[in-house]
Design a protein around this ligand. Sequence first.
Ligand code: 5GP
Length: 229
Amino acid sequence: MVKWSISILLIMLLNLAVTSLGNVPNFDYHAFYFIHQWLPSYCNQKGTKCCYPPTGRPAADFTIYGLWPYNDGGNSLQNCPGSSYDVAPLKAIQNMLQKDWPSLTCPQIGRKFWLHEWNKHGTCSKSVLDELAYFHAASNMKNKLNIFEALSKARIIPNNQFYQVENIKAAITQATGYRPFIFCNHDAEGNSQIWQVIFCVDKSGTKLVNCSGSPQGQCAYSTVKFPSY
Ligand code: 5GP
């Protein structure tokens, strides 16, 4: 009888250990890539159509594309174990996300963009930031950086004109103290244009840091168009 009880207890303990291991993300991350996007450069690509959310056209601003944890080698971590779509926490911060992290895909995907980003990237930083903390961190960082204003102050504005990539980087560095990476893409006519502005942020999602490496795919052009909104 005692032997049976001990065996049952051992099986229960083993089960408990396996279950909790499955819930603990076993990916360690070094820091985050914090990626802004210029939505007009997303929407004016060949074959891309955009739709405004029910709340209307978002204000002209760089908005959040993602907050991507990366490892010591600079590689972004994706699809970590324990991913879960949890809509509930987002309800409380919906207005903030609609302003700071909108998606203009057609048909409108609404909150699916946030859930996609959380599921693919955010869950890999779950050991430090839960879902709500993750979205708050990204939003706070965007508003602290305010790169649209930094560029406007340097007279770099979305007017379909071409600007030196070096001047864009210099204006943002002067305002934020950190030199960003710039990614570009092409509009439907084939012009290179500013598309993403990337910084590195510490593990807690609160402080800019120097990146340990360089993300692949940086803009190789010396000038880029800043498409109007
Ligand atoms: P990922 O994080 O998987 O690299 O890319 C983002 C995914 O979200 C893509 O599949 C893209 O189609 C979708 N998406 C939805 N809305 C947006 C948006 O506003 N900007 C970007 N870049 N991707 C979006």
